[in-house]
Design a protein around this ligand. Sequence first.
Ligand code: DGL
Length: 270
Amino acid sequence: MSEAPIGVFDSGVGGLTVLRALLSELPHEKFIYLGDTARLPYGTKSPESVTRYAAQAAAALADRALKCLVVACNTASASSLPAMRERLPGVLVVGVIEPGAQAACEASPTGRIAVIATEGTVQGRAYQEAILRRRGDARIQAMATPLFVALAEEGLVSGPIALGVARHYLAALSQAASDAPDTLVLGCTHFPMLAGVIRAALGERMRIVDSAATTAKEVRQRLEGAGLARRAGASAVRFLASDGAERFARVGSRFLARTIAPADVELIDL
Ligand code: DGL
């Protein structure tokens, strides 16, 4: 079973930031990455639609003998983990919200935590609840920052436009008020791409938590705990997408920080 692949699911290419963290944390594993590019974005859709899409993606992955599925999409993790688990009995299914919330609680000295995410993730309150379960006295400010998704896909991750958008969204957090948050959770797959301008807009004082790295650590611990980790051999990745192999390869190469060729992307119907 340790030879079986790990699935990584996202609404599109954003989850490649999570795959990047997984490849560095688990260098011997084989991965199957599925991006539902035909129905992206999930972040502006209702939880019912996201759950239907995510359940269909899980069903499409069910015959690939996965040992683990990482739901890299924050929006799908927030609303659809139970539906995905139901379609993948016996598979370890890990989302990004709980590890992100855990990391935020560990990082924040005061419990004043800000979360930026898609509209769907913010409205579903999954981060807020996961943080409050760990720290009942936390004071959470959650905010949708949808333009960050478009900026990251366009490759506009530095320079005056990206910095202007970051300042616009984050002005309320960067105030020097005594009750300002001390920790920010990047609660969306795309936001690590903009870490530089987010840091520039907020200053050095803010702790910035990225759920990709903490999820990768959690996956390693869970696999090792279950005796399912692959301990030797090179890593391998297969890419599946529901639309647009060329765009997946072009935009995805930036997110993964390594070249993906269009011929490496297999199109599937969900
Ligand atoms: N992958 C989504 C997330 O992390 C962002 C992109 C989308 O809206 O589909 O929430």
